[in-house]
Design a protein around this ligand. Structure first.
Ligand SMILES: *Cc1c(COP(=O)(O)O)cnc(C)c1O
Length: 379
């Protein structure tokens, strides 16, 4: 008997396959850093890292210190990099746990030196530089001052130099990315002129790993590709044109069950706001999943699910914890039948990209928004 009403299945085989496939295209010097922020892109942090560790990833990247500390407990000797902002108050924990922090300004390095010297421990820092994303990053003009500050801060070790591409998933040309890459190289030269040569130089996300091997440097940060999804259709098409034999297999299947089946006659309105009426008499099923779980409300009346190998359309609005689907064409449907919300069932498939397109977003958001509280089951 099943115990949960809605859950996520994680295919161990698919995840290992994707990690191995991505590793196979890396330049020889590049380490593989698995990006597991956002609960491993909705796949479940614990489940993903357990598998990834066996598949031999070299490092993990997370957004915040809490996820980093969690990982450090499980894998005490792993290289763990926090990509996002770390509050001053948390530096102590980061240093004690040997976690690498991303910093990009004078204040951050000052604080790192202060806390490091208090604890008499070295803190590993990845300096992120601004090359065109206008997100985090130190400007190139500030690098000479920052370099001198590093030299004056014995407890702060410059372990990495990084940047992040702004326009690589959706771009027709690689011009902007190439320019950013050049700036990263210039940043590295400036630092080197002060005798600072960080162990890791990194900038490549999935799209760059796949399309621009020259960006691999000494470490790559692979997110979406590891989960078996393409960064965008354009990256997928370009890879195909280049005859790259890269096969990514989606890792996640999202399932729920049928909670109730009812007959409805033509003209009956369904759900909040009475937004949709039954077009011909038939049957609907109530599913115990809604937008609280991360099933997007924008899929109201347009989303589809798979039930006994058939596509069934959502009727009316997606509610907080429930939604209704048309099962008129699935005569044998029974209570507690399995329903696929995202994944493959025989000939049919509902992909993160299908859902993204219907709800005007990207595959990244569709998977990252799946509620962290739902059980993840390794299959
Ligand atoms: C999320 C993220 C990545 C991973 O990007 P993908 O496109 O999912 O591979 C890499 N680097 C940084 C800084 C990120 O925030």
């Amino acid at each position: 008997m099943k115990r949960c009403r809605t859950w996520i299945e994680i295919s161990e085989r698919a995840l290992v396959h994707n990690i191995e496939s991505m590793r196979a295209i890396l330049e020889p010097r590049a380490r593989f850093c698995a990006v597991v922020k956002a609960n491993a892109y909705g796949h479940g942090l614990k489940e993903v890292v357990t598998i990834a560790n066996r598949a031999g990833v070299d490092a993990y990247a997370v957004d915040d210190i809490d996820d980093a500390l969690y990982l450090q407990e499980i894998f005490p000797s792993a290289l763990i990099i926090v990509l996002g902002y770390t509050m001053f108050d948390r530096f102590k924990e980061a240093i004690n746990a040997g976690i690498h922090l991303t910093l990009y300004d004078k204040e951050g390095i000052e604080w790192a030196q202060k806390v490091g010297s208090e604890l008499a421990k070295t803190i590993n820092v990845h300096l992120k530089i601004e090359t065109g994303t206008q997100r985090q990053g130190a400007s190139l003009d500030d690098l000479p001052d920052l370099a001198q500050q590093f030299l004056r801060s014995p407890y702060v070790k410059l372990e990495g130099l990084s940047t992040h591409f702004a326009n690589i998933e959706d771009a027709d040309t690689s011009d902007f990315a190439a320019q950013q890459f050049t700036l990263l190289g210039q940043g590295a030269e400036t630092l080197a002129s002060y005798g600072l040569v960080p162990t890791y130089r990194h900038c490549a996300c999935s799209a760059a790993i796949i399309l621009y091997p020259q960006t691999h440097q000494t470490l790559v940060r692979a997110g979406i590709s590891m989960y078996g999804l393409w960064p965008s259709e354009s990256v997928q098409n370009t890879a195909r044109k280049l005859n790259m034999n890269l096969d990514l297999v989606p890792v996640m299947t999202w399932k729920t069950i049928v909670a109730q089946i009812k007959n409805v006659s033509m003209g009956t309105p369904v759900g909040y706001g009475l937004t949709e009426k039954i077009k011909r008499s038939g049957r609907i099923a109530v599913l115990p999943v809604g937008y609280f779980d991360g099933y997007r409300r924008s899929l109201s009346s347009i989303g589809e699910v798979l039930l006994r190998g058939q596509r069934c359309k959502i009727i009316g609005r997606v509610c907080m914890n429930m939604m209704m689907v048309d099962v008129s064409d699935v005569p044998s449907v029974a209570k507690e039948d399995e329903v696929i919300l995202l994944g493959t069932d025989g000939r049919h498939r509902i992909s993160a990209e299908d859902i993204a397109q219907k709800s005007s977003t990207v595959n990244y958001e569709v998977i990252a928004q799946i509620n962290r509280g739902l059980p993840r089951i390794i299959v």
